[in-house]
Design a protein around this ligand. Structure first.
Ligand code: 13P
Length: 251
């Protein structure tokens, strides 16, 4: 049985005041026991959020980490081992905003994925197609290639310690959600790609859906057989809305 996960990606949002309020709100939620809940605050608030959520059963992750596992001369970056030392457990790798806006290539992401694991973090690998790619019928090809890149570089066994998030770029922050069937089709294809290489990794892999998930559409998405939870952007900035999404992932 895969344990569902619901994770909130706060992106580059928040002030000291809003983060304190959100952290307090999260701490007051009653969360379903069977669901793993995580948040990814902006880097500068991570330690504050870890302290604020002490004992609340919510995991904290980093939105980005360096291409090498250990500390060193790399201006502006944070090493996976440094994140791990302050209490982070997860890191997002390959979010479309970093692929497209920052220009992170597959080669950089492969290094970040390997470094994250070597430094003690579990990567949450994000994959997804643009609208243009979907309309050209290339969704499965694009997502398959993004996943193959990591498998070729790190080996399929490395995915035993990872989570995959399917986030169609056209659904992120747009209010356009993939239909449950559209999302399920891609999730099933991802699992099938893994199945050919390693049945155990495929069966245990948690596949999260991301892209305009809110309390109103979460249960329907999470009800699909290959959707094991969600990666939530905008709706995770409101504690009550996020709590409702977490409860929708409970059995
Ligand atoms: P939204 O939920 O705001 O569409 O963002 C999804 C996302 O990018 C999570 O990583």
């Amino acid at each position: 049985m895969r344990r569902p996960m619901v994770a909130g990606n706060w992106k580059m949002h928040g002030t000291r005041a809003s983060v304190a309020e959100l952290t307090e709100g999260l701490g007051n939620l009653s969360l379903p026991a069977g669901v793993e809940v995580a948040v990814f605050p902006p880097a500068l608030f991570v330690t504050e959020v870890i302290n604020g959520l002490q004992g609340k059963g919510i995991i904290v992750g980093a939105q980005n980490s360096a291409i090498q596992p250990e500390q060193g001369a790399l201006t502006g970056e944070v090493a996976p081992s440094q994140w791990a030392e302050v209490g982070c457990k997860l890191v997002l790798i390959g979010h479309s905003e970093r692929r497209q806006i920052i220009g992170e290539t597959d080669e950089v992401l492969n290094r970040k994925f390997a470094a994250a694991q070597a430094g003690g973090l579990t990567p949450v690998l994000c994959v997804g197609e643009t609208l243009e790619e979907r309309e050209a019928g290339k969704t499965l090809e694009v997502v398959g290639r993004q996943l193959s890149s990591i498998i070729d570089a790190c080996g399929v066994k490395a995915l035993a310690n990872a989570v995959i998030a399917y986030e169609p770029v056209w659904a992120i922050g747009t209010g356009l959600t993939a239909t449950p069937q559209q999302a399920q089709d891609v999730h099933a294809a991802i699992r099938a790609q893994l199945q050919v290489l390693d049945a155990e990794v495929a069966d245990n892999m948690r596949l999260l859906y991301g892209g305009s998930v809110k309390a109103a559409n979460a249960a329907e998405l999470f009800g699909m057989p290959d959707i094991d939870g969600g990666l939530i952007g905008g709706a995770s900035l409101n504690a009550d809305e996020f709590g409702a999404i977490c409860r929708a992932a409970g059995h």
